[in-house]
Write a protein that binds this ligand. Structure first.
Ligand code: AMP
Length: 535
């Protein structure tokens, strides 16, 4: 709500401005996409995909869905022909309507659906035969048939599964492939902003609908790079990583976000001589201390040992500190790349902290990972996370492509800026939102005056000033009180005398002084005064 939205808008305008100076253009990915896209890109094992996505089948066949639910919940009794008859009727209706929907292509024509359809028909034939009285002795056969029918009904897909986006990198990569951006001048630099959705436990700084501002650099991979070429490529990638980080830090500086800290790490690449080797080593070390670990960490030894490093549990900290570090297990190329990223950050004068435990929750990262924390946020203090993801575009069916990107949590950024404004009494944001809400309040009285008031408002607004024009005439006392409450700079007083003489009364509300101005001088007077005040 206003005035907070003003801060959001300034944050977004600043992002556009700063990212523009680094050559980034805006992309607006859709709010929902096929669930499949996120499952593949983000990774089926991650919390995001396995339990935090808002997903739903994309169809409007509610009648069919209702019949399916009836079939799934029905418990027909072989000894009661009526209940069998009811079940058979419902099933036949379901099959008929499915056939109609299939022929009008309202449901996806997949082989699974074809198979489910066949089974439903077969089940319908079989179960009808139980309506003949002698069949009651085949009770177990009856239940089995009902079970098969219910399984088949559950399998029928009425619509493709779609999800509200939990993040935007997958969509940007999808768009890169779909629009052949590998044919554009490389690298392709894109930024986005908008809402993301994750079913998380809400708390301060963690919401189910939250906003991210992010950017991605995507670049066609050169084929067959060996020796010097490969080494040049490593250097180039490292410089790109550092420039992307520099851009985020510049954005935060421009906003005067206090107390930022940049953590960096390299998580190597997914090969036996690099990260995979490390993960095995880590798993081994974790097994040795398994008894001292909490339940979550113990489970992760098997599912995803890297995630143990994320643990916030007090008693696990000393144990984790003694575990093998990824930095000692990087392959030559990844080690070179990491060293070059650090050198590049140095060239740019960007302070950083190495944090070997920074592994991040998403599957697609490789080599560089980074995170930026800010003040005033409590436990949810990460305002930005990012990293390199070479190979993600390929995984999604595109050409070999390198990528690096980040996402800033806009809600947290705004919270942190608000906290900072509270600390500094004259905080820029606090004042900015109250000041300038209204430049001129037009206090008009008398029916003949309204037309002049409307025109004056139009002229002032055309010149960019903020104007309040009461919809009905008000007594001057009341109008001035209202102007005060709105924090207006000026009141333009229009009565019948003013309109007749063409000399209007302009009252400066800060000190109560007033003067007569000619209609044609109005904008200049208000603007001149406003400029002076701002300076
Ligand atoms: P991620 O996409 O998980 O790398 O997150 C990037 C940034 O988005 C984090 O550093 C947070 O600032 C922000 N973020 C992630 N999840 C949430 C959430 N549920 N609520 C608010 N901000 C979030």
């Amino acid at each position: 709500m206003p005035p907070e939205t003003e801060l959001w808008n300034r944050v977004e305008a600043t992002a556009r401005e700063v990212f523009g100076t680094y050559g980034f253009g805006e992309i607006r990915p859709p709010i929902f996409e096929p669930t499949e896209l996120f499952a593949r890109a983000v990774g089926g094992e991650t919390d995001i995909v396995s339990k935090e996505m808002y997903s739903f089948p994309d169809h409007s066949l509610w009648d069919l869905e209702g019949q399916r639910t009836y079939i799934l919940l029905a418990r027909p009794d072989a000894g009661n022909p009526n209940s069998v008859q009811l079940f058979v009727s419902a099933l036949d209706k379901f099959i008929d309507q499915l056939a109609n929907a299939a022929s009008s292509r309202e449901i996806p024509a997949t082989s699974d659906n074809d198979r489910g359809f066949e089974r439903l028909r077969a089940g319908s034939d079989r179960i009808s035969s139980f309506l003949v009285p002698h069949a009651t002795n085949l009770l177990d056969q009856f239940d089995l048939t009902v079970g098969h029918i219910q399984q088949a009904a559950a399998l029928i897909k009425l619509g493709d599964l779609v999800s509200l986006r939990p993040e935007a990198t997958a969509s940007v990569c999808r768009a890169y492939i779909e629009h052949n951006m590998n044919q554009w001048p490389q690298p392709v630099k894109l930024y986005y902003l908008g809402p993301m959705f994750r079913r998380e436990r809400p708390q301060k700084g963690r919401y189910r609908q939250f906003y991210q501002i992010g950017a991605e650099v995507l670049e066609r991979e050169v084929a067959g790079g060996e020796g010097r070429v490969a080494s040049k490529e490593l250097e180039k990638d490292a410089a790109v990583d550092a420039e992307v980080i520099e851009m985020v830090m510049t954005f935060f500086d421009r906003l005067k976000l206090p107390g930022t800290q940049l953590d960096i790490n390299s998580i190597g690449h997914n090969a036996p001589e690099c990260r995979r080797g490390y993960v095995e080593k880590l798993r081994g070390a974790l097994l040795e201390v398994k008894e001292q670990l909490g339940e979550d960490s113990r489970r992760r030894i098997e599912t995803n040992p890297l995630r143990v490093l994320d643990s916030k549990l007090e008693h696990e900290q000393a144990i984790i500190a003694a575990l093998p570090k990824i930095g000692d297990c990087l392959c030559d190329d990844c080690a070179k790349h990491y060293a070059e990223v650090k050198r590049q950050l140095g060239l740019r004068g960007i302070p950083y902290k190495e944090n070997w435990r920074l592994v991040r929750g998403l599957d697609y990262y490789m080599r560089t990972t980074f995170e930026i924390t800010a003040k005033g946020l409590g436990s949810q203090n990460a305002v930005c996370g990012g990293g390199r993801y070479d190979g993600l575009v390929e995984l999604l069916g595109g050409p070999a492509t390198k990528g690096i990107g980040f996402a800033i949590g806009e809600d947290r950024l705004v919270l942190s800026l608000q906290e900072a404004a509270k600390e500094v009494a004259s905080g820029e944001w606090g004042v900015a939102s109250e000041k300038g809400a209204c430049d001129v309040y037009i206090a008009w009285m008398g029916q003949k005056t309204q037309e002049t008031a409307i025109k004056a408002a139009r002229v002032l607004r055309d010149s960019g000033l903020r104007v309040e024009l009461p919809a009905v005439e008000q007594k001057f006392g009341k109008a001035l009180g209202q102007a005060d409450r709105l924090g207006a700079r000026y009141a333009l007083i229009l009565g019948e005398d003013e309109v007749a003489s063409g000399l209007w009364t302009l009252k400066k509300l800060a000190d109560g002084t007033q003067e007569k101005v000619l209609a044609g001088d109005l904008v200049g007077r208000v603007r001149g005064g406003a400029e002076k005040e701002r300076n």
